[in-house]
Design a protein around this ligand. Structure first.
Ligand SMILES: [Zn+2]
Length: 249
């Protein structure tokens, strides 16, 4: 009788230990996630408002780069107009995207920027691109066809007027909210960012022309461009404007 009683106590004790252990483990994991959520929310938002110029001084550092390339050493370039640095600036911004990249671009065929867009697409960022379908020197390039094949969303404007925008909205607030609702999960706080200017994302635009570009995280600026992108994107989808049609691709 006493032995049975002792056995029962031992069993109860055993299960109680497991229960407490499980509870502690679960509690620790929950607290860790809660802490991460709070840390993410409290993380200071990046503030950036910078103007970049593409001009004839872009190749001042060319010799320096060649020298380092031949020696196999890293070149720390100090030329603020260096074409590599300027293109890399856009690549870095695209690399920061967590949810969405909305790009309205007259022409697009830069190899580096195409790679960055595809890399974002591959890591789950939803990339939408609006292009002007026809121009005297440009049609849907092979790069764009590849992007469409790989699942990037592309719509084109076909009109006798031109879609001359050159802007990109990264993680716009409205878009992020849509994506979070659809996926029912968040990937951390977004940093809405705008890239805008005269620069077409083409190799000649980056390497030959005189162009300007602004990168800004100013919320009102970003949201104004985002609203225009969404308006145009939706008009293409719904074919509300007679002169704008959705691509058949
Ligand atoms: Zn350089």
């Amino acid at each position: 009788m006493v032995l049975q009683f002792m056995n029962r106590i031992s069993t109860v004790h055993h299960w109680a230990t497991i229960g407490i252990g499980f509870g502690l483990g679960f509690g620790t994991v929950t607290l860790w996630h809660l802490g991460k959520l709070i840390r993410d929310q409290l993380k200071p938002q990046r503030e950036l408002h910078e103007v970049f110029m593409f001009n004839e001084l872009r190749y001042q550092c060319l010799q320096e780069h060649r020298k380092h390339n031949q020696a196999g050493t890293k070149c720390v370039c100090t030329n603020e107009y260096c074409v590599d640095r300027l293109v890399d600036q856009i690549v870095q911004e695209l690399g920061r995207a967590k949810y969405s990249i909305d790009l309205a671009m007259f022409t697009l065929n830069s190899v580096s920027l195409e790679r960055a867009l595809l890399a974002a697409h591959r890591r789950g960022v939803i990339v939408r691109i609006i292009l002007n379908k026809y121009s005297s020197s440009y049609d849907l390039s092979a790069a764009i066809s590849r992007m469409i094949t790989l699942g990037v969303l592309v719509r084109t404007v076909t009109s006798r007027y031109i879609m001359h925008h050159k802007f990109c909205v990264i993680d716009g607030c409205v878009r992020v909210e849509q994506i979070c609702q659809r996926r029912r999960r968040s990937f951390g706080p977004p940093q809405p960012t705008l890239i805008n200017g005269s620069l077409n994302w083409t190799d000649s635009g980056c390497t030959s022309n005189w162009e300007s570009m602004v990168i800004s995280t100013q919320p009102q600026l970003v949201s104004t461009f985002e609203a225009e992108f969404n308006r145009l994107w939706n008009s293409l989808e719904a074919k509300k404007l007679p002169k704008l049609v959705q691509t058949s691709l």
